[in-house]
Design a protein around this ligand. Sequence first.
Ligand code: NAD
Ligand code: ZN
Length: 304
Amino acid sequence: MKKETAVRRKKVFPEAEGRQALEEILARSRRVVFFGGAGVSTASGIPDFRSAEGLYRQTGPDPEMILSKSYFYLDPAGFFDYYRRHLLYPRARPNAAHRRLWQLEQEDKLRGIVTQNIDGLHRLAGNQRVYEIHGTVHDNRCMDCGAFFPMETVLNSRGIPRCRCGGVIKPSVVLYGEGLDPYVCIGAKREISQADTLIVAGTSLSVEPAASFLEGFEGKNLVVINREKTPADRRATLVIRGGVEKVLTDETEQEETTMDPKREQQEQEWADRIDEDSEETETEKTYRDGSLANECWAQDRENV
Ligand code: NAD
Ligand code: ZN
């Protein structure tokens, strides 16, 4: 009976009230850690996976299958076609949530950002203490000689991107079936365990082991900001239903600075290139009959 009352009293707020409650918590906190997912970047024009407009709801191949380790080795050309089209957003810019987090880091209130996102927008916003537990599209390595390549190399290549030495250039993003970088995990978990306030935002918490990182939080305030319910709501001290970019907006914030025109032109070229390539490929057509998917899953099962 007692428990039920506690659940009923749980603070679930819409955006405006939630924002005020969050500011009160932030004012009292000294070690804030932010744990985010794809929802943090939807306001920057990058679709998430599980929302109504997310990649999972779109027709076409199953993203979890194509973004898997076994698929990468089975059909690298198909992998890169999909990857360029659906995971690279050269024109995306940090939104109000990213910018507020930068400000909180400047104030030394925010101790770290643990992100499942691979878009690099927290770093672009200026944050330094960022744990990109699923890697980043901005780090690409030759699988033979280890040479580094920026995102643009992958974006401007056709088919399988290759290094001068002939090796395949592989993005340093964690594919389904691959392990997380242990050093990044250690740092991320340490930050979470030392935080007094943990903000969990824009994530369905359905990807493991990322979601289990929250178990190490022992601080006072667990704040969840998400458009939909999440498995962490039960444990949270404050649940805010709404857009993270709205809840975290700093009212004094100025308009976004305009982009360098040269950079803008370059980005337009990349975007045109992607549009040109965006017709369904032969490989994608074969996904439809399921034969590649079956082969891929069979291989995954063998690897387990
Ligand atoms: P998800 O798609 O499973 O869940 C996103 C959640 O965010 C949903 O519950 C949705 O309701 C919520 N949401 C969407 N927009 C929001 C907003 N503006 N404010 C508040 N909530 C919002 O994403 P996930 O949990 O991060 O897991 C998906 C996996 O895919 C992760 O591993 C992630 O790395 C990867 N991914 C990354 C990007 C990116 O880098 N931007 C984009 C898509 C997927
Ligand atoms: Zn090489």
